[in-house]
Design a protein around this ligand. Structure first.
Ligand code: BGC
Length: 234
């Protein structure tokens, strides 16, 4: 085995309820099971970084770090984090701060973008949406990420943005049937607005979709998206 194929990537998913981490090989396969801890509250940069440090303290060796973050991230700098607390996350250079604590090169991107890199086939215009605490979106052209849009914060009704309309809280408040009606409406909007070749739906609530999806829509699991951590470093 040469040095490149031995490269190990610590992949971290920071979520609204859990912080999860595993180690991938260069091909994107898991070399250990996922470990998780509750997302600390308040979810300040210091607390999140301390949680990650503790979570990975007994992990085997790794060379690089890939992080999916639930907010707007550009060049490793976090601008917003709606489900963690925007007030704590104003221009936080997480590449640098986490890199200093872990002692390894770190790349932080939006969580849906990381999933997108993991599931997209690399052909044509592909869109990935994640149905979890918030509504994540990623767009890729021929396998390359396009600039991230915080579509979740675009209004979809007079009073609600996408997070409020179809996020986890809405699912719990209105129940499965009404949530499915809302999802039908959202998928019709996305189809018209983006004209994707293929749409992937992932996230904890993807399993709750109870209507027939178009042929160019594929439901995937969060696990399918994990290899995004390895792709980020390719
Ligand atoms: C955030 C997105 C994120 C999504 C899923 C939304 O609230 O605005 O940046 O990708 O939740 O975590």
């Amino acid at each position: 085995m040469n040095a490149i194929s031995e490269t190990k990537i610590l992949t971290i998913d920071i979520g609204g309820s859990h912080v999860k981490a595993t180690i991938l090989n260069q091909a994107g396969s898991l070399v250990m099971d996922y470990k998780k801890m509750n997302t600390p509250r308040p979810a300040t940069p210091l607390n999140i970084i301390a949680t990650i440090k503790e979570l990975v303290s007994a992990f085997p060796e790794y060379d690089k770090v890939a992080v999916g973050f639930p907010g707007y991230v550009r060049d490793g700098v976090v601008y917003t984090a709606p489900n963690l607390g925007n007030e704590f996350w104003k221009q936080i250079d997480l590449n640098k701060e986490l890199g200093a604590v872990l002692g390894k090169p770190v790349q932080v991107v939006n969580d849906a973008d990381l999933q997108g890199l993991g599931v997209a086939s690399g052909k044509g215009l592909e869109m990935v949406i994640t149905l979890g605490t918030g509504f994540g979106t990623a767009l890729l052209k021929d396998g390359k990420l396009l600039p991230h849009l915080e579509l979740s914060h675009h209004p979809v009704t007079k009073r609600k943005n996408y997070d409020e309309y179809i996020g986890e809280k809405a699912f719990k408040d209105i129940g499965e049937d009404r949530w499915n009606e809302r999802m039908k409406r959202v998928l019709t909007i996305l189809k018209t607005v983006f004209n994707y070749d293929r749409l992937y739906i992932s996230g904890g609530n993807a399993d709750e979709l109870k209507f027939k999806l178009d042929d160019n829509i594929t439901v995937v699991t969060n696990k399918d998206g994990i290899k995004g951590g390895a792709r980020l470093w390719q």
